[in-house]
Write a protein that binds this ligand. Structure first.
Ligand SMILES: [Zn+2]
Ligand SMILES: [Zn+2]
Length: 253
């Protein structure tokens, strides 16, 4: 069963949900053979999530199960704010993502020059240290784009699995889910998040996975899912995680 658990129907434009906007995403999901679609706006745009409009739009697609989550940017010191902000929101799941190292938004194309200031092994260590904090902070269900730090193709000389292992162990310990995110295939790194060797390590550690396109436009819904599913099967995965009211359910892939 295919699910797309990482969707930004508001893209980066903000505004509010409208039926027209949502129905384009729901229609695309059905065309792609997706049974469950999870909307996960960036936390900055959470105010634009209109549940009434969402329910109305979803009612026109009875064969599609629509879930509501959020993608939240984590940085140290933000835990209390996140807990307070998400309390009582009644969401199906929360994706915790790292997009900043100190004040640097490392995945934004405008700030790419900052990579030159780093030793890449040190950079990856700093990034995975933050992922470890996402896992241990107790706020989240899913780790978003696990190795996003590779987005522009800057790679460490050291073994990536060794660099990521403390973060993966923390994820296992916290019983969280790792998202397989196909957006990386369309970024300069040209690789799925997480990379195959990291995904294999997730499998070794019995960490469940879910699947997301990180679509910011309806025509990106379910993008490259045939590839992702094949990769997961090859590694050994047969189940995929879905969420309802912050509870995880493993379904056949
Ligand atoms: Zn993200
Ligand atoms: Zn996203």
């Amino acid at each position: 069963m295919l699910v797309d658990y990482h969707i930004h129907a508001l893209g980066h434009q903000g505004g509010s949900y409208t039926r027209e906007r949502l129905e384009k995403f729901f229609n695309a999901a059905q065309v792609q053979g997706i049974f469950e679609l999870g909307l996960t706006e960036h936390d900055d745009y959470a105010a634009g999530v209109d549940r009434k409009v969402l329910e109305q739009a979803a009612a026109s697609f009875p064969r599609l199960s629509v879930k509501l989550g959020l993608e939240i940017s984590y940085w140290p010191g933000r835990k209390k704010e996140i807990a307070a902000f998400t309390q009582g929101l009644n969401l199906d799941y929360l994706i915790g993502s790292v997009h900043h190292i100190n004040d640097w938004m490392f995945d934004h194309p405008a700030y790419q020059a900052v990579y030159a200031e780093w030793d890449f092994t040190r950079l990856y260590q700093a990034y995975f240290e933050l992922i470890k904090k996402v896992a241990t902070c107790g706020c989240f269900d899913v780790i978003g784009h696990f190795d996003l730090i590779k987005i522009y193709g800057y790679r460490p000389s050291e073994d990536i699995v060794a660099l990521a292992l403390p973060a993966l162990r923390a994820i296992k310990e916290a019983d969280l889910t790792v998202e397989v995110n196909t957006a990386g295939l369309h970024k300069p790194c040209r690789e799925i998040y997480p990379a195959e060797e990291l995904l294999a390590k997730c499998y070794d550690l019995s960490i469940p996975v879910t699947l997301g396109s990180d679509a910011h436009s309806f025509n990106e819904v379910g993008r490259d899912f045939a590839y992702a599913r094949h990769l997961l099967f090859r590694i050994g995965y047969r189940k995929i995680a879905t969420f309802t009211q912050r509870q995880r359910f493993l379904r056949n892939l």
